[in-house]
Design a binder for this molecule. Sequence first.
Ligand SMILES: [Zn+2]
Ligand SMILES: [Zn+2]
Length: 154
Amino acid sequence: MIKKEKSITELNASISRVDEICRSNNLGFTDIRRQVFEIIIKNNKPIKAYEILDEIRNITNKPSHPPTVYRAIDFLIENGFVHKLNSINSFVGCFHPKTHEECYFLICKKCNLYQECCDDSLKDRISKTAVHNKFVISNTTLEIEGHCLDCSQK
Ligand SMILES: [Zn+2]
Ligand SMILES: [Zn+2]
């Protein structure tokens, strides 16, 4: 896995994509939701909840109200705009929201560099397994730990 920074164009594209999805689905993309989304998507690494709170405090110059911020994060996750990486208890922005439901992440254990990948055949296997086990999936996030190219050469 090779380090590549997201360009401003990519960032703006994903922000307007979320804006668009919210508008056509009658979801309120409120200021706080937008601020939280921008903080998460602009961060090149997975970001933790307390770091989001810090950033909000910096932007608004007011003490952040944690429940409001957590609700905004929940909203973003529920709608597939943000993913939660449970293994490192952090959040990452989705660069192709609503184009897929299942995705998996390659996460560098050393530097936290991550990459989001989708794979239809994996999705297929998972839903077959669920059906076979009479299980209803609400969310699938697979996390694969390892080392990025830089860290594996050190
Ligand atoms: Zn995604
Ligand atoms: Zn690394």
